[in-house]
Design a binder for this molecule. Sequence first.
Ligand code: AQP
Length: 340
Amino acid sequence: MTNNSKPLLLSGIQPSGNLMIANYIGAIRNWVDLQNQYNCYFMLADLHAITVTQEPQDLLKNCYDFIALYIACGINPDQNTIFVQSHVSGHAELAWLLNCYTQMGELNRMTQFKDKSQKHAKNINVGLYSYPVLMAADILLYNADLVPVGHDQKQHLELTRDIANRINNRHGELFTIPEPYIAKSGARIMSLQDPNSKMSKSDKNVNNYIGLLDDPKVIMKKFKKAVTDSGDTIRYEPETKPAISNLIEIRHCVTGESIADIEKNYEGKMYGHLKIDLAEAVIEFLQPVQERFNQLRQDNTELNIILKRGQEEANKRAETILNKMRQTIGFIPNIKNVCL
Ligand code: AQP
């Protein structure tokens, strides 16, 4: 199924909230672009999702929805390893081992923990705090060469590189040092109602984002309601025109039109024109995605087959790296593999 001569790419999304346009633009779109050049492991990060409170029934539904959306958006399940994080117990084991090579001072500096603990003040659990170590384990467990990351995850990837370097320096070359892949555009799409905050799939206000499964009428309504800036010229100036620049960027990422062409096409036009055209472009883009999603979700057989294959493939690779790590540390090798 996978081509092992290619460098390895690993990425994942947490099945929290509603998968939305910024997750497509900032993550899945890049995965689709890179899938032919890399041996790709696309993960559903369910262990990460429970760092905030999840209702079990919603979580289960989201897990299947997100996998179906990966595929509906263009990830080829015959060519890539698509798997669920909790189906590979090595993630949790390696995270524990890496915890013992990570300093609290390093985790104290993580800005996402600070942001998330403000948002979830009643549930600042240890998992939320050590989330970056689990992310390091996700990456190092497969010796990933490339990790596509959005703006928010850059700091976590730097920590992963630090941990890997530390272990390699102490014990010899064990881990590949992963490189970040940061797309030229779309790494930080902003909320439709507050262009100073990032668009987020778990946002309580559903008008802040466009869900990949939103109905066309809802998409039109949300774009029409999107806040705009003072003035009336349609120009890409993130500092002075954050709201309009965000709409231009979404259009650029969804249609592929250059920013300069968009500005030119909207010379002399009003904000309302841009909003309606953008809504239509997003609706057109999402129509085949939603159709394929509905087929896949009719019953979960096809998805389960894909996930079973993914689980086997991911476990095989993870075990090799984990065994090396266990030996390196000085643990007795797994007794089931010892000839007696
Ligand atoms: N606003 C964004 N602009 C561009 N890319 C984004 N991503 C998320 N928000 C934006 C990218 O989508 C992937 C989602 O990964 P995640 O679920 O592990 O993490 P997240 O960054 O916490 O995503 P959300 O949407 O903000 O989720 P919630 O609200 O559930 O916490 C990543 O590749 C991320 O960069």
